[in-house]
Design a protein around this ligand. Structure first.
Ligand code: PLP
Length: 458
């Protein structure tokens, strides 16, 4: 066997051995950060090493600091564990080493993004005519969607923001729920709009945007150009905004609706949860993640826009060396803020091929059912589930704030599973997110038992 084949096989075997260990490995062990840093800090003036030695050193250095977030009992943040075919496709992506900038550099990468993008639109019920940019995640997708919104609204007001910038231009406001995701604010900072342009809308008791308050906020400042940034999937409660009402109210005033649906937009892929995101198809731009609920490896998100020309105008560039034959399709870089890009379409294509339409729906349904199983188990044990579990998120109180924090810490140290804590409505809560394809009922039961055991031991 030649050396390259040997080293690629060796790396794949190491990755597979790690994956096999996930169901029994402590989900997050206590980490000695100093030792971890030391293990990686080989001086640069050592002689170079053969690839096999390099990979063995890397595995030894990294292993103590790996978190089993790809495993079946990681319920922190909103994290999926990459599917087998998607993982293998990503290994191929590295091996092929394609630049997905355009269809000259990689016709296959562009074709895979096109095909996967079409299937994503079908599953997420986004109009088939929308453009798709394969980006690094929800953050980048929010930035792309809001960049397109900015481009379009300014252009309609006779202002070419790409050329003139923001100074001296018309006034633009961004109306968003009080419980929007923090990445929306960062996107506004990056786009030069600034967070002072935000006009917050009250959240209702579920954590979704209060439609009556939206009506009030929209009417209070009728002269400003308006982007409404709505949400499918509150990062604490999982609540989805009433997207039909948001789109109707916003469009009646000539505004643009961007939907941050990093994980919640996947509700559209199942007949059982589709009603939660009813009206999403009416929006102007959408952000969604592949690396959360679709269980594609990091990093992978999708930026959709109902107006492909606006999307490209906001983000693409041209140069003298980039002449493109008429027959060559637009490349992925026209719809993202990156230039040279990893070929993210292959892994998404593989995940969708592995699951199929029914498999995606089943994954969504299963995670929601497992979230309800968490809620049932913990409330039966006497703890306080504070949100209505309509999607994959569960919030639990264990008494006082201090006690809840102590339970979360004890559960993390126990190692059976991993959950985080959050503050919602002024209260400290355990936050459980079920997003991984590998989680079973037994994993939930084992995790509930660990939570109850730790809570009672305090
Ligand atoms: C996770 C999340 C984001 C950010 O997505 P990344 O993939 O981490 O960049 C944005 N919005 C919502 C609602 C999210 O849940």
């Amino acid at each position: 066997m030649d050396e390259l084949t040997q080293i690629l096989r060796h790396a794949a075997e190491q990755a597979a051995a790690y994956r096999r260990s996930l169901s029994e490995r402590p989900v997050a062990r206590p980490v000695d950060h100093g030792a971890l840093r030391a293990a990686f800090s080989a001086p640069l003036d050592r002689p170079g090493a053969d690839p096999r030695t390099v990979i063995d050193e890397l595995v030894a250095a990294a292993d103590p600091g790996l978190v089993a977030s790809a495993g079946p009992r990681f319920f922190g943040f909103v994290v999926g564990g990459a599917l087998p075919a998607a993982t293998a496709a990503d290994i191929l992506t590295a091996g092929w080493d394609q630049n997905a900038f355009n269809a000259v550099l990689s016709p296959a990468a562009v074709a895979a993004e096109e095909a996967a993008g079409a299937r994503l639109k079908e599953l997420l019920r986004i109009p088939a005519t929308a453009s798709v940019g394969f980006v690094t995640g929800g953050q980048a997708a929010n930035t792309a969607g809001l960049a397109a919104a900015r481009q379009h609204l300014f252009a309609e007001a006779g202002w070419d923001v790409g050329r003139k910038g923001l100074g001296g231009g018309p006034r633009l406001r961004v109306v968003a729920g009080a419980e929007r995701h923090a990445t929306a604010d960062r996107s506004l900072r990056l786009l030069g709009l600034g967070t002072d342009c935000l006009q917050p809308v009250r959240a209702d008791e579920r954590g979704a945007l209060d439609v009556e308050d939206l009506r009030r906020v929209l009417a209070a400042d009728p002269d400003a150009l308006t982007i409404v940034c709505a949400q499918a999937g509150n990062v604490n409660t999982g609540a989805c905004d009433d997207l039909r009402a948001v789109c109707d109210l916003t469009h009646a005033r000539g505004g643009w609706v961007h939907v941050d649906g990093a994980f919640g937009l996947w509700a559209a892929a199942s007949p059982a949860t589709r009603h939660l995101v009813d009206g999403a198809e009416l929006a102007d731009s959408w952000a969604c993640d592949g690396h959360k609920w679709l269980n594609v490896p990091y990093d992978c998100g999708y930026a959709f826009c109902s107006r492909p020309a606006v999307h490209a105008e906001a983000l693409s560039y041209s140069a003298s060396y980039l002449t493109r034959a008429e027959a060559t399709p637009a490349g992925g870089a026209d719809y993202t803020a990156e230039s040279s890009r990893r070929a993210r379409g292959f892994a998404t294509w593989a995940a969708l091929r592995e699951l199929g339409r029914d498999g995606v729906a089943e994954l969504v349904d299963r995670c929601c059912a497992l979230a309800r199983r968490f809620a049932d188990g913990l409330s039966t044990a006497g703890f306080d589930v504070v949100n209505e579990v309509t999607l994959n998120q569960v919030l639990v109180g264990f008494g006082s704030d201090a006690r809840t924090d102590a339970v979360v810490q004890a559960v993390q140290e126990d190692g059976t599973c991993w959950v985080g804590a959050t503050t919602w409505r002024g209260r400290r809560l355990m936050r459980i997110s079920v997003s991984g394809h590998a989680t079973t009922e037994a994993d939930v039961d084992r995790s509930v038992a660990a939570m109850v055991r730790q809570a009672r031991a305090l």
